[in-house]
Design a protein around this ligand. Sequence first.
Ligand code: FMN
Length: 374
Amino acid sequence: MNHWLNTPLTEALGCRYPIVQTAMGWVADANLVIATTEAGGFGFLAGATIPSDELEVQIRKVIDATGGSNFGLNFHMFQDNANQCVDLAIKYRLRAVSYGRGPDKQTIARFKAAKVLCIPTVGALKHALKAVELGADLITLQGGEGGGHTGGVPSSILLPQVLAAVNLPVIAAGGYATGRGLASVLAAGGCGIAMGTRFLMTRESPTPAATLERYLKVSDPQQVRVTTAVDGMRHRMIENRFINHLEQAGPFGRLRIALGSAWQWKQQTGMSLGHMASVFMRALREDPSALSQVVMAANQPVLLQRSMVEGLPDDGILPSGQVAAAISELLSCREVIEGIANEAQQCLDALLVRSQASAEPSPSNYPASVGEPQ
Ligand SMILES: Cc1cc2nc3c(=O)[nH]c(=O)nc-3n(C[C@H](O)[C@H](O)[C@H](O)COP(=O)(O)O)c2cc1C
């Protein structure tokens, strides 16, 4: 029945449907991953924002609830807990890891030895090629319409580019929330879709009600726009009072806000001054212009927390894909996954029926201008 939906993704990740719930800071927790796994999708825990003393607990919670390690962990090498994420993914033989700025070849070799699949997320063709060179097993591409940090190339351009250039299973992310979207990716040669915003807007999402209300209120995709004001990188989010304030603050105002957030983050995580200084010094050595970005990057966890944990949507940032404007209700993860799978199945079945009909010539298949067959 689901023959269209058995793809290299379902084979590699051992899930029923070619649908991935991506990592989202403060959102993709154990409960969301459990709900996704139980509904037949594949979920990633957002390792970067789970406190160090809780990460292993969350991993074990998913294993206990789902009876296995068929889920993934997301991390970024530049973050404090990156090595802990690497060690835990290997210790528990998780099915996969995902990351943006990738680990080096030695770390990837450790994952391969433990049979943990490496699925980097890329936002441009050149990053896809680099990821292949470093040893990716599958690739997720994220089109510019996607939520959070995002590139500038839309999925409709990036997907065919990457499919033509790499010989690995390709998962498409950025702008997907429907079965029609999944059908289009499978028809193009992709192996599945990955979604952030759609899973954020579910009933199992830990996001506070006041914040979810803001996501549901978005009706125009252009209200979900890119800013570089938070950490110097392209970041797509819902426009709100905080973002407008930050953008209007100017370089010194922004630095003041960034330093305040960095200090708050230090207090929360117990990060030592020595560690903070070493991060700053490394940024200075690698690229002096990156110093302000490093400070600004410290904004992100705190600003995310205000909206995503404290439920203050105007005081923090609201990372989101433009697809939020096309989502009008909170569904359960099961409703999302099964609804998308069924719709994709119907689209692809209909395509097959149309192609079979056109392969069997009958008078009605010929446009009037062609005339009747001889
Ligand atoms: C609230 C939010 C937080 C995110 N946090 C992360 C993160 O911590 N790590 C990461 O790799 N991607 C993160 N992303 C990007 C998503 O994993 C995913 O690639 C993106 O949402 C896909 O686009 P879509 O929103 O159109 O589905 C985040 C996205 C959102 C909306």
